[in-house]
Design a protein around this ligand. Structure first.
Ligand code: ADP
Ligand code: MG
Length: 544
């Protein structure tokens, strides 16, 4: 008997669906991109299965995606010959969320304008549900790659429930049938659908066919862009590729294309994103590079190829020298992979150094976004110091721009032995610090530290090119023995000191006359070489 069983969506999914169905969207055509991206994932997975597992249903099927549209019935169909889903897979994948994706999505929506939700939905692992922006009803019919599996159909109108029933399907893969809402009928127009695919899914690695009866035409370009010679690729193509693979609407700040066959065969396209936040509500892109072996995707997010402080880099790495049936474990222990990691890390580091040398403005933008990654790298992994030190930049009293430590050292005045810094909550407060009087007068440059992590950076660095990093509030900075006009007499100073001590009591240890002050009446100094001071500041910053 063909029983139809009803199920409830998990609570978070119900909320996501409610928002998707009851809001109006500016970009709702992205549901096509989300479904094609799922089909492409499913094809990647079955391709991987076929390399590692003998027992796959219909091994001879072409790996492809097919689109059909029926304008009169307001129906579109997106089919793939991918990995397919069993009944259990459907319950798990199309009814619950494994990750906290839906929750994170809802939280973000709560913080901002929901009309932009279509821009971000794919990044929260709830991409499939975006189809309900345009659908009255969705039917998913699927046959898993597992030889003993049977076909199932999942149906929902996007309210609280979905149904499951046994289905007829003889070939491996999945078909998503979408009954469009009345106001979304344009998506059943063939030209419209074709245009959306070209715009959003041009670089999908499998052919996307537009089918009408027996006629079929391929819509996407399907080139592995990274396999081309760099001189054959335009920046526009790189930008399109970036946009379609990362779903970041911003253009990349910088593109690195590596194509070489020695010492290893390596084809890679890597991007420095221009922003950490991708648009108003976007998250930081997930770390990891797509790893291909001979054009087959073997890992979606490989995080071992780049050091942690470069984890914002996005892109694709492909090599003929990796064994095809490589498993995750051997990927990590492979010498080839280590070689590749070294090459791409050096290339990216060089790219960033070149940017710093040739385009100060662009680099300042980059540093504002990603500087904290490098600082964190320096603090957590001392082994990266030599890579990171030349890139460090700070604001300073030498103008508005950013200062490099080596430039600071070059500018040091005669008699100046240390590198001075002041820490404050922001650059402006740092610039107004009363401690600066003395240094300004002598023309000593002072670094203005203002990021939470800067205290840690100082504790990690300690010195640079043999020069000690020294805080301007160090009590041991004595000043010159000069008689300043308008100075208090020793007696008055003594009385004033007693009075202050009386008022502040245990909060201070001592009141001293200072030769360092000019236009400010007092400065709060700390015992020098007091490591506790750094820790105090860190604790204060963390609100403890
Ligand atoms: P994500 O793609 O980020 O995992 P989605 O909401 O887009 O999230 O899809 C949810 C899950 O549904 C996928 O992870 C996959 O397991 C399953 N799925 C969706 N479409 C297909 C398909 N065409 N073939 C096989 N599985 C699919
Ligand atoms: Mg998806």
């Amino acid at each position: 008997a063909n029983e139809r069983e009803q199920f409830q969506f998990q609570a978070e999914i119900q909320q996501v669906l409610h928002i998707l169905i009851h809001s109006l969207y500016t970009h709702r055509e992205i549901f096509v991109r989300e479904l094609i991206s799922n089909a492409s994932d499913a094809l990647n997975r079955v391709q991987f299965e076929m390399l590692t597992n003998q027992d796959v249903r219909d091994p001879e099927l072409e790996l492809a995606i097919t689109l059909e549209a029926d304008k009169d019935a307001r129906i579109i169909r997106i089919s793939d010959t991918g990995i397919g889903m069993t009944r259990d897979d459907m319950i798990k994948n199309l009814g619950t969320v494994a990750q906290s994706g839906a929750k994170a999505f809802l939280q973000k929506l709560g913080e901002a304008n929901p009309t932009n939700s279509s821009e971000i939905i794919g990044q929260f692992g709830v991409g499939f549900y975006s189809v309900f922006m345009a659908a009255d009803e969705v039917r998913v019919t699927s046959l898993s790659y597992q030889p003993d599996a049977t076909a199932w159909r999942w149906t929902s109108c996007g309210e609280a429930t979905y149904t499951l029933e046994a289905a007829e399907r003889s070939e491996r893969g999945t078909t998503i049938e979408i009954v469009l809402k009345e106001d979304a009928e344009e998506y059943a127009e063939r030209w419209k659908l074709d245009q959306i695919v070209r715009q959003h899914s041009n670089f999908v690695a499998f052919p996307i066919y537009s089918a009408e009866g027996d006629e079929k035409k391929v819509l996407n370009q399907r080139t592995a862009l990274w396999r081309k010679q760099p001189r054959e690729v335009t920046q526009e193509e790189y930008n399109d590729f970036y946009r379609q693979t990362t779903m970041d609407f911003n253009e990349p700040l910088s593109t690195v294309h590596i194509s070489t066959d020695a010492p290893v065969d390596l084809h890679a396209i890597l991007f420095l994103p221009s922003k950490r936040e991708q648009g108003m509500m976007r998250q930081i892109p997930d770390p990891g590079l797509k790893l291909y072996s001979r054009k087959v995707l073997i890992q979606e997010r490989n995080e071992e190829l780049l050091p942690k402080h470069l984890r914002f880099v996005q892109g694709v790495v492909d090599s003929e020298d990796l064994p095809l049936n490589v498993s995750r474990e051997t990927v990590q222990s492979s010498g080839t992979l280590r070689q590749i990691a070294k090459i791409i890390t050096n290339k990216i580091t060089k790219e960033i150094e070149t940017l710093a040398e040739n385009d100060a403005e662009k680099f300042a933008d980059f540093w504002r976004e990603f500087g904290p990654y490098f600082k964190e790298g320096l603090v957590t992994d001392p082994g990266t110091r030599s890579q990171i030190e030349p890139l460090l930049r700070f604001h300073s009293t030498n103008g508005e721009g950013l200062t490099k430590l080596s430039e600071y050292v070059e500018r040091m005045k005669e008699g100046q032995e240390d590198i001075y810094y002041v820490i404050a909550d922001n650059v402006e407060t740092a610039r107004r610090s009363p401690h600066l009087d003395y240094f300004n007068e002598r023309g000593y440059e002072v670094l203005l530290m203002h990021e939470t992590i800067d205290s840690f950076v100082i504790s990690s660095l300690r010195d640079f090119q043999g020069k000690k990093l020294r805080s301007v509030d160090d009590a041991d900075i004595a000043g010159d023995d000069v008689e300043l006009e308008g100075s208090l007499s020793a007696a008055t100073l003594g009385q004033l000191g007693d009075r202050i001590k009386e008022l502040l009591g245990e909060q201070i240890s001592e009141v001293r006359g200072s030769k360092l002050l000019r236009s400010n009446p007092v400065r709060l100094a700390a015992p020098s070489d007091d490591f506790g001071r750094d820790m105090d500041r860190i604790r204060r910053m963390m609100g403890q």
